[in-house]
Design a protein around this ligand. Structure first.
Ligand SMILES: Cc1ncc(COP(=O)(O)O)c(C=O)c1O
Ligand SMILES: Nc1c(O)cccc1C(=O)C[C@H](N)C(=O)O
Length: 383
């Protein structure tokens, strides 16, 4: 165990991203926080920016501030876009992942009116599955478990990174296979955005949603994002028809005429303060550089797996760097108790995930190699 701690010290000393912890408000520097893949840490910029917007815009500007607030969801989307390889006019930050999934899946179903099947992984994150089921029930469509057969599928809903095992789907291969079969894919990038360069255009992602409160450190309930490939924007009829999607919104016209740009996926009044905090997180990730973030993520994963091996912990997280996302999935029959005890006694915060998973999330801008060593040692000690 001592060797792992020493190796972690060496790795932290040589970590080119170590200085980015300075950008965050870290209330307890001794805490090993392995939950940044669920809720990222707060940026100092978010504190400053939210206060500034409250003082200068809300308090001083009052209603006049809507003049410049109105377009912020697109402006923040444009800042997020390079982090996933999109063009600035293809991303908008709004609403929540669940709402955006509902919106985009429903719109995608409209692209394939002759098909009656939506495919989803039965092990995908619950909200994705539930939303698919609700859309299918409302439209009398069939839900298919998994993606083996796609020839009659209208829409496939897929997470790029598995929330339990951290496995990364071979997106390029899968997107090409779906396209060949005539199926539209809606990707959930929640566990990928801000962690790895998704490169939407290179890998053939047409439609995607994702959250900003995980690796993008946007804050609890921070608005999510929608990505739509530019040429598809006008082809999609999104189901809400809220007034923020309306062309010439303040004309208060009788009929809904959706905007022709990415703003068409907006719905109602945006949560400006949450958006500002999200923007701060996105800015920090963009400044650190997504390639550098990914490089550290790979190193954290390699080190975490070495720790697991040395400590005899069993993990289903892929060993191939290209197939591994940002967390380590350790299987322990008593995982729930172990996570609770680590929280209580070890100053280690991790996640329990059903049925037997201790999930150690490594967030490259804030997680230290020492945190990974401490967390894995704590799991081993509490078995
Ligand atoms: C893959 C995935 N999709 C969606 C969500 C959450 O959706 P929402 O932000 O709407 O709660 C999460 C995590 O909470 C997730 O891991
Ligand atoms: N979004 C969350 C929430 O509102 C409460 C608790 C946890 C979350 C999460 O983000 C969970 C996370 N998506 C997961 O992969 O488990």
């Amino acid at each position: 165990m001592q060797e792992l701690v020493e190796e972690a010290v060496t790795l932290d000393a040589g970590d080119p991203l170590a200085g980015w912890r300075e950008e965050f408000v870290i209330a307890d520097p001794e805490l090993a926080y392995l939950d940044g893949n669920s809720l990222g840490m707060p940026t100092k910029r978010a504190f400053e920016r939210v206060e500034q917007v409250m003082r200068d815009d809300w308090a001083a500007g009052l209603i006049r501030s809507w003049d410049h607030w109105l377009d912020w969801p697109q402006a923040v989307g444009a800042e997020l876009a390079p982090l996933i390889g999109a063009e600035p006019h293809e991303v908008v930050v709004h609403d929540s992942t669940s709402v955006n999934l509902f919106q985009l899946i429903t719109a995608a179903v409209g692209l394939r009116p002759d098909r009656r099947v939506i495919a989803v992984d039965p092990a995908d994150f619950p909200t994705d599955r539930y939303i698919v089921e609700s859309i299918a029930a409302a439209r009398d469509l069939e839900v298919r478990a998994g993606f083996d057969q796609l020839d009659d599928v209208a829409v496939a809903v897929r997470s790029m990174v598995d929330y339990r095992s951290a496995e990364i789907v071979d997106v390029a291969t899968e997107a090409a296979r779906a396209r060949e079969a005539g199926a539209v894919v809606v990707w959930d990038l929640s566990h990928a955005a801000g962690l790895l360069p998704v490169r939407v255009h290179e890998v053939g992602i047409d439609l995607a949603v994702g959250c900003t409160y995980k690796f993008l450190n946007g804050g609890p309930g921070a608005p999510a994002f929608t990505f739509v490939r530019a040429d598809l924007i006008e082809q999609l009829d999104e189901p809400f028809h809220g007034w923020f999607a309306q062309t010439d919104q303040f004309a208060m016209g009788d009929t809904f005429t959706p905007r022709a740009d990415i703003g068409r996926f907006r719905i109602g009044t945006p949560s400006i303060l949450s958006l500002v905090a999200a923007q701060a997180g996105i800015e920090v990730s963009a400044a650190a550089g997504i390639e550098a973030i990914r490089a550290k993520s790979v190193e954290l994963g390699r080190f975490g797996l070495r720790c697991c091996d040395a400590l005899g912990l069993s993990t289903s997280t892929p060993r191939d760097d290209d197939r591994r996302g940002g967390h380590l999935c350790v299987h322990e029959p008593d995982a729930r108790r172990i996570v609770a005890e680590m929280t209580e006694h070890d100053r280690v915060l991790a996640d329990f995930r059903e049925p037997d998973v201790v999930r150690l999330g490594c967030s490259p801008l804030t997680t230290r190699f020492a945190d990974v060593a401490r967390a894995t040692i704590a799991v081993a000690n509490r078995r």
